[in-house]
Design a protein around this ligand. Structure first.
Ligand code: ACO
Length: 334
């Protein structure tokens, strides 16, 4: 007899939440800051506007708000959370972890707390860890949060990067079975040989902060966009194919593709290679830009509330980022 998904323990996303700062930075605003144009930004990236955190909004506070929404969505109390995983490439501090700050902020007193650094792929890395913890019986309630204040690391004098990034947070509660999105399979990968393509050169222990690093603007994000573009398409396509194959799902069975929202042209290239209709590729990039690791949970949460996927529909998440890192996750609505 064919086994149903919940005959066995399957890690399932039972709650979703997001937080987006109110302040909007439009392309017209950027035209006044650097030598760029709405036309260039739209045709090269597909971004119309992005959200920017205020001086009192940080990855921890934004992540906490998204996490509380996810808990509320699943009707679970913070005191029952066993573990908090936080993906952020723009953490509040190098130490303590953003996960520990969120643990305190939401009152999840018994939860362990761990930060993940896998750049834009971090949410999918987090889902993989949560799945392993839940399915091995170690934990019952795991929060996976992706939260980014990119505006703190973006150089608003560098037109090649500043037009692309925005701030925001997304969160998922992962539990044993339940209704939501079963995490069927997760595929992860990395290529450290290409580590120089996306970097924040200074303020780590290799190049500590100094007046010279400040003068050279080395505390800001640097990205070799053209090179990254090529790797992004290739790696995301391979991860997505691998994940589908391992989950035993055919391309035609997919209802939604939710790619990392870095560039509309990368998303178009992947949709084409996957032969998935463009209207089935969920897009938020026009409104929020690239919010690093939080693009995927923000998109998943909005898709869930607006499109209301039906039982047994399959969703494929796929992301790519600095490291280089990449990952894909196949979810089934249950
Ligand atoms: N406005 C106007 N002109 C610009 C701007 C701008 N904002 N930025 C660059 N240009 C110019 C360049 O100087 C260049 O001019 P030149 O030909 O005179 O030298 C020209 O536009 C073309 O620049 P390219 O870099 O070739 O533009 P491209 O089409 O590659 O688009 C982009 C750049 C949008 C960055 C693209 O390469 C991209 O999206 N790359 C992938 C980014 C990505 O996927 N990141 C994911 C990971 S992010 C993370 O992990 C943090």
């Amino acid at each position: 007899m064919k086994k149903e998904l919940h005959d066995t323990i399957t890690a399932t996303i039972t709650g979703l939440g997001i937080f987006l700062p109110e302040r909007i930075l439009s392309n017209a605003d950027l035209e006044k800051m650097v030598d760029t144009s709405n036309e260039w930004i739209m045709t090269r990236s597909g971004i119309e506007e992005r959200r920017i955190a205020s001086d009192t909004e940080f990855p921890s506070t934004m992540g906490a708000k998204a996490a509380l929404q996810a808990l509320n969505d699943a009707a679970v109390e913070a005191k029952d959370v066993d573990a908090i995983l936080v993906s952020s490439m723009t953490p509040d501090y190098l130490c303590p972890s953003t996960a520990a700050l969120i643990q305190h902020e939401i009152g999840a007193k018994k939860a362990s707390a761990l930060d993940i650094q896998a750049a834009c792929s971090g949410f999918i890395y987090g889902l993989s860890l949560a799945k392993a913890w839940i399915e091995s019986g170690i934990y019952n309630n795991v929060l996976v949060i992706a939260t980014e204040k990119n505006s703190a690391y973006v150089d608003y004098q560098d037109r090649t990067t500043c037009v692309l990034f925005g701030d925001g947070a997304g969160a998922a509660l992962v539990q044993k079975n339940g209704s939501g999105y079963a995490i069927r399979h997760v595929c992860l990968g990395a290529d450290g040989e290409q580590s120089e393509l996306i970097t924040i050169p200074a303020s780590g222990s290799r190049i500590p902060a100094s007046q010279e690093t400040l003068n050279l603007r080395q505390h800001y994000l640097k990205m070799m966009g053209k090179e990254v573009f090529k790797h992004a398409v290739r790696r995301m396509e391979a991860a997505a194919s691998d994940c589908l194959e391992k989950a035993g799902i055919a391309q035609e069975e997919l209802s939604w593709l939710i790619p990392h929202q870095a560039n509309i042209r990368i998303m178009e290239a992947i949709a084409k290679r996957f032969n998935i209709p463009w209207e089935r590729v969920y897009r938020t990039i026009q409104h929020f830009g690239n919010t690093s690791s939080s693009t995927v949970p923000i998109a998943l949460s909005l898709l869930d509330s607006k499109e209301k996927p039906k039982k047994n529909e399959h969703l494929l998440l796929v992301a790519f980022g600095g490291g280089l890192t990449w990952g894909a996750a196949l979810l089934t609505k249950v």
